[in-house]
Design a protein around this ligand. Structure first.
Ligand code: BGC
Ligand code: CA
Length: 304
C-alpha cells in the first residue's frame, strides 16, 4: 500500500528471505515489490501490469480493504491466485473465487493483550496515577481510519483495561495514520494542551508510540514525569524502548510467522500442491498469534 511503513517493510523482507530458502534446482523465485502509493486506483493498475508481465502469484496488501473488486476480477481472468495480507477484505469478497486467501492476525487479540499489559502495569505501579485522583487520564493514538486493526485495537484495549477494574478518563483520541512523525506532532500539541496531566498513552502501533516518546524527549520531560506508553508490533526500536523503560510494553505482531505462511502458500499455489496441512480456516484464512511483551520478557524477543 505504501513503501513507507516500517512494519510492512520488515514483513516483506521476511517474505523475500523465506521464499529464497524455498528455491530448488528446478524452481527460482523472483519477487517484485511495488508500492501502491496509498492510492487504490494506482494499486489496481500495478496489479494489471504485474499480471501482464507474467506473475504467477499475487500477494496484496490492499490500500482500501473494502475495494478489492478490480484486483479480484483481473486475477481471476488470468487464473492467478491472490494472497491478501494485513488489510483484511470482508468475507463476502474473499468468497467470490476459490483462489483467494488472507494472511493476518485477529486484531481483537492485540487490543485485548495491550489492555492486559497496561492494566497489569497500572495495578503494580500506583505512581502512574500521578495526580492521585483514582483515575488514569489517557490518550489514544489511532492508526488509519477504517483499518480493521485500528478499529479493534482501540475498542478492545480500552475495554479490557476497564474490565480489569482500572478507572479511565479519556483526554483525547488522535488519528496519526500508523506514522511516527505524525504521532510526534499530535503528542507535542497534546503536551502543550495538557502538560503533565496525561498518565497513559495507548497506541495502535509501535511507530506512533515511538513518536510519543520523541515528543516527550523534545519537551524535556524526565521519565518520572512522562505517561506510560504502550504500542503494538514489537519492532526492534520498540523492543529497545521497552528494554530502556521509555515504553512499558508492546504486543508482538508475528511478521516471521505471517511471512512464513505467505511464502508457503505462494509456492504451494504455484506448484498446485495440497494446502490441506496449513490449517487454513474455511480454506481461506491464516491468523497468526500475537504475544505480550513487557520489561519481564523483552529480552527473549530481542534475542530473536
Ligand atoms: C501494523 C501497523 C502497520 C499497519 C499497516 C498493522 O497491522 O500494526 O504497524 O502500519 O498494519 O497496514
Ligand atoms: Ca489520575
Amino acid at each position: 500500500y505504501t513503501a513507507d511503513d516500517p512494519f510492512i517493510n520488515a514483513m516483506i523482507e521476511k517474505v523475500k528471505s523465506q521464499l529464497k530458502t524455498m528455491e530448488t534446482t528446478d524452481m527460482n523465485v523472483i519477487v517484485s515489490v511495488r508500492s501502491g502509493d496509498n492510492d487504490q486506483r494506482e494499486q489496481d493498475e500495478i496489479v494489471d501490469e504485474m499480471i501482464d508481465a507474467g506473475c504467477d502469484v499475487l500477494c496484496v496488501n490492499l490500500v482500501d480493504r473494502t475495494a478489492p473488486a478490480n484486483i479480484i476480477k483481473s486475477a481471476r481472468q488470468s487464473d492467478i491466485p491472490v494472497i491478501f495480507f494485513n488489510r483484511e477484505p470482508v468475507r463476502d469478497d474473499l468468497m467470490q473465487w476459490e483462489k483467494l486467501y488472507y494472511v493476518g492476525c485477529d486484531a481483537k487479540e492485540s487490543g485485548d493483550m495491550q489492555g492486559e499489559i497496561a492494566a497489569n502495569y497500572i495495578k503494580k505501579h500506583s505512581e502512574v496515577d500521578r495526580n492521585g485522583d483514582g483515575k488514569i487520564q489517557y490518550v489514544l493514538l489511532e492508526g488509519e481510519a477504517g483499518h480493521q486493526d485500528a478499529i479493534s485495537r482501540t475498542d478492545c484495549s480500552v475495554k479490557t483495561i476497564m474490565d480489569k477494574g482500572v478507572d479511565l478518563e479519556k483526554l483525547s483520541y488522535q488519528f496519526a495514520d500508523w506514522n511516527r512523525a505524525q504521532a510526534e506532532n499530535r503528542v507535542s500539541q497534546l503536551i502543550d494542551q495538557y502538560g503533565s496531566e496525561i498518565e497513559l498513552i495507548l497506541s495502535n502501533n509501535d511507530e506512533m508510540a515511538l513518536g510519543a516518546v520523541e515528543a516527550y524527549k523534545n519537551a524535556s520531560y524526565r521519565q518520572t514525569e512522562r505517561p506510560i506508553i504502550f504500542g503494538i508490533d514489537g519492532l526492534t526500536d520498540a523492543l529497545e524502548a521497552v528494554e530502556h523503560g521509555t515504553m512499558q510494553g508492546t504486543v508482538y505482531n508475528d511478521k516471521e510467522d505471517q511471512a512464513r505462511m505467505i511464502a508457503l502458500l505462494t509456492v504451494a499455489l504455484f506448484q498446485g500442491s495440497d494446502i490441506e496441512g496449513y490449517g487454513l480456516e474455511d480454506d481461506i484464512y491464516y491468523m497468526s498469534q500475537y504475544r505480550k511483551v513487557d520489561a519481564d520478557n523483552v529480552d527473549t524477543f530481542l534475542g530473536k
